[in-house]
Design a binder for this molecule. Sequence first.
Ligand SMILES: C[S@@+](CC[C@H](N)C(=O)[O-])C[C@H]1O[C@@H](n2cnc3c(N)ncnc32)[C@H](O)[C@@H]1O
Length: 240
Amino acid sequence: MSTAIQEFSRYAHEYDTYNVIQAEVAISLVKQLASSHFTTLIDMGCGSGEVYKNLEKQNVSFEHFIALDSSKEMLAIHPSGKKIEKICADFNLPQTFEKIALEKDSLFLSSSALQWSKDLNFTLFEISKKVSSVHFSIFTSNTFKTLHQTAQITSPIYSVEVLKDSIEKYYDATFELKEYKLHFETVREMFKYIKKSGVSGGEQQLTYKQTKQLMKRYPLDYLEFEVLFVKGFSLEVRSV
Ligand SMILES: C[S@@+](CC[C@H](N)C(=O)[O-])C[C@H]1O[C@@H](n2cnc3c(N)ncnc32)[C@H](O)[C@@H]1O
């Protein structure tokens, strides 16, 4: 397993989006695909379509693309098309998996979304019963590590150890851990990014006064992110 660090700068006047890191993660995920043609792909937590857009850019073809997200607003801005089926559903609920019909040779994709699974064992087990091959990226608790240490709060998302334990229960998996740094001109910009990026820093656990204090004490001019990339084959589907 290798740990590569990629560094980025974000200056308010240069970028107007709050998903710099997620966009990079989706590029890497799609680059690592083992084939350039698939029958069916399902993207869980598809958001506004970073994965889909990269499949197009990288000339990956498919017959059927299922874009699943619990947010109607996100699905509304996800690209549409003849081959695209949009499903508004929550990967924390059993009924979501009851209504998805997939061929076993479909590929499961997910980028920067599964950290919001309330019960990782549940979500991963349900997915493992549906498709054999999975390829996903998931943020780890080392995201905003120094911020959490400075504020003395625990990350609201899973550690690498917990993730790997859970994944290995249901998949024969290989892992790659990547670190990212996102530089900022000001601490204020940094905190605005955390709020808007959708990768919560757990700062909601703090009061306004505590947040102010934290902004003063934060020792870095960048934010840290850590992402686990996973390629796996279901132990459930294989053993059927
Ligand atoms: C950080 S965004 C990533 C979006 C996209 N995959 C990308 O790479 O840019 C996380 C997405 O997961 C979706 N999401 C969060 N919790 C979910 C859940 N329980 N079920 C389905 N989608 C969920 C959110 O609505 C959001 O669109």
